[in-house]
Design a protein around this ligand. Structure first.
Ligand SMILES: Cc1cc2nc3c(=O)[nH]c(=O)nc-3n(C[C@H](O)[C@H](O)[C@H](O)COP(=O)(O)O)c2cc1C
Length: 349
């Protein structure tokens, strides 16, 4: 057993979190992680409010353990989804890419807010805004890490803030968990590793590609969805790197997002105008580019099309060699971490 500030704060058994992954962390996977003693994070960015409410209920039907929701704050539907999560008194609200306006509302029912950061100066700001914990994302990560690797970022952030830190980006085994603890984190968040479990709904074709990938087989660029991010090296991802941003696809993608989120045209336009005024460059252009990323992810995840699809994936894929159940994985990572810590302890002269 490893007891850390993370396990204490969230009332969980193991310092291991299922990273919020849009399209991937749906109720079954979330509940499986919670029931195995970790912290499951339901990604809700792709849902409309009704689907968000229903998915939260589904998680609760499968587990009575603490869990969280993960919402990207840019894009249409974020405010509405966060309101549903607050109404439902979800124990942990994890956000990324934005500023949390809802901290007091979450604290009012005893919930916790976890900010996701990839740049050290954002850590201090997030804590000032009331975050109870931070997911600290290194460059190795799938999706939106920034320039600094976990090795540099975690100790830096640990020297700046006192809240529990959950290290994300490049973690897939117990040696990684032990290293994260040594660097000053209180636990790890794994995305790519949990994508390759029996309960994950990722299409078999992409699970196979991730298994075959070496640590060199990911690409990092802004061309995939408008924000710097990492995807698996597929034919389509390589094409996107060569040709840059596809304008026509962006328009089609924006309409798809409107349909998926069930937005009326006036609502879609209102959100668009609001985003044009938004801070930190999250403007209409980013929205359109996000839509392209969403569309190509659905081609990968639903259809398993390895030619046309793209999939966020991290360098950790290079070290992943099997598809265990979530429970087997969590038990193994904890056992490996304990062995690693004992070995390190034995080095003391
Ligand atoms: C398919 C996929 C979808 C993701 N979607 C989200 C998301 O909706 N919100 C978010 O904060 N992070 C998202 N991420 C990033 C993960 O939360 C996490 O930071 C990352 O997977 C950690 O790196 P690792 O893959 O090396 O473990 C996504 C990652 C993947 C692989």
């Amino acid at each position: 057993m490893l007891k850390t500030k993370m396990t204490e704060l969230f009332g969980i058994q193991h310092p291991i979190m299922l990273a919020g992954m849009n399209w991937v962390t749906e109720p079954k996977l979330v509940a499986a992680v919670c029931n195995a003693g970790g912290l499951g994070m339901l990604a809700i960015a792709r849902f409309n409010p009704k689907e968000t409410k229903e998915s939260i209920k589904q998680v609760r039907d499968m587990t009575d353990k603490p869990f969280g929701v993960n919402q990207i704050l840019i894009g249409p539907g974020a405010k509405e989804n966060i309101s549903v999560a607050i109404e439902e008194k979800v124990p942990i609200i994890n956000y990324s890419l934005g500023k949390p306006w809802f901290v007091n509302d979450v604290h009012a029912y005893g919930g916790k807010v976890m900010g996701t950061i990839a740049i050290s100066k954002h850590a201090t700001k997030a804590v000032q805004m009331g975050c109870d914990a931070l997911a600290v994302t290194g460059h190795e990560a799938a999706a939106h890490g920034a320039a600094a690797t976990s090795m540099v970022l975690i100790p830096l952030v640990a020297s700046m803030v006192k809240v529990p830190l959950i290290a994300a980006g490049g973690f897939y085994n117990g040696q990684g968990l032990a290293a994260a603890l040594a660097l000053g984190a209180d636990g790890i968040s794994m995305g790519s590793r949990f994508m390759l479990t029996t309960e994950s709904i990722v299409h078999e074709n992409f699970k196979k590609l991730c298994l075959e990938a070496t640590e060199q087989d990911t690409l990092y660029s802004h061309v995939f969805d408008g924000l710097d991010g990492r995807v698996l090296k597929t034919k389509e991802a390589e094409k996107m790197m060569k040709r840059g941003f596809p304008l026509f696809d962006a328009f089609r993608g924006a309409l798809l997002v409107k349909k998926l989120l069930n937005l009326s045209f006036p609502k879609f336009m209102a959100v668009t105008i609001e985003m044009l005024r938004a801070e930190e460059g999250h403007n209409l252009w980013v929205l359109a580019r996000q839509a392209v990323g969403n569309m190509k992810h659905l081609i990968a995840l639903d259809e398993g099309d390895v030619e046309k699809g793209i999939l966020f994936a991290g360098q950790a894929c290079g070290g992943i060699t099997d598809i265990p159940t979530t429970k087997e994985l969590i038990d193994r990572v904890i056992a490996e971490a304990e062995t690693t810590l004992s070995k390190l302890n034995a080095l003391k002269a």
